[in-house]
Design a protein around this ligand. Structure first.
Ligand SMILES: [Zn+2]
Length: 253
């Protein structure tokens, strides 16, 4: 499952080989094939990460949006290097003179005009992303306050409130901040919201910058019936919005 930090890491890698380059674009999604002709000779302006979305900006202002969801992944090969993954799983292939970047098994590959993406209710109205330069904590708190009845564990997964936080992150953020995932947004005090935001920023940046190293920041995810590393009580397992949740009911109040 690609959470924000992996999306940003992949976007950095893609940017290195694609930014400013002319590309040949091939879609592995049948209904997208018709666009290939109009994309011939196009240049990639930039590859952006926004929450869990990749936004590949093209020189004619159109945007290719890719979402990896649970199964998708990127691979970058030098030209001529064999792919170690089945060709039929390639959903998007971007070819430059020197490299091939492939989104395998990505369930979402879409093409938008720049003016369509912003207002699009499914893909456009993203909450602020803590890993982007344009992150605004004020905007995050504003969007949070609009859902007072939502349990905070569900609010953090809502990409229109904050983008890039997935299941592992929200579990560890709330554990770090000592906030029970079942608590309603309206019951959080100003100090709770501030402390939670510090944990959001710390853990997302830590994961991004220390990618591939030991995940010592993961303390209770998958820790069912193990003792809580802070107070020794048993870690509890339950579901929220159909996602597995771990929490310590003794020190997450
Ligand atoms: Zn505890």
């Amino acid at each position: 499952m690609a959470e924000g930090p992996l999306v940003h890491l992949n976007a950095r890698q893609l940017r290195k080989v694609l930014k400013g380059r002319k590309v040949n674009i091939e879609f592995g999604v049948l209904k997208m094939k018709k666009h290939e002709k109009s994309l011939r000779g196009i240049r990639i302006e930039d590859v952006e990460a926004y929450g869990k979305q990749f936004r590949i900006r093209l020189s004619d202002t159109r945007v290719i949006l890719v979402h990896l969801a649970m199964w998708g992944y990127w691979r970058i090969y030098k030209k001529g290097e064999p792919w170690e993954r089945p060709k039929e799983r390639a959903r998007l292939v971007l070819r430059t003179l020197s490299h091939e970047a492939i989104a395998f098994s990505a369930p979402t590959v879409r093409l938008f005009r720049a003016d369509e993406l912003g207002p699009d209710t499914r893909w456009g109205s993203l909450g602020p992303d803590p890993l982007r330069e344009d992150f605004s904590s004020r905007e995050f708190f504003k969007r949070l306050k609009q859902c007072p009845k939502l349990p905070i564990g569900e609010a953090l997964l809502d990409q229109t409130i904050i983008s890039g936080v997935g299941n592992i992150l929200r579990i560890e953020i709330l554990f770090g901040a000592g906030i029970n995932p079942r608590r309603k947004v309206a019951d959080l005090k100003e100090a709770d919201r501030r402390r939670m935001l510090r944990w959001i920023i710390n853990l997302m940046w830590k994961w991004l910058e220390e990618w591939g190293r030991e995940d010592e920041w993961i303390r209770i995810y998958r820790g069912k019936s193990k003792p809580c590393p802070r107070c020794g009580a048993q870690v509890e397992l339950f579901r929220q919005q159909d996602r597995i949740t771990y929490a310590c009911s003794s020190c997450q109040t």
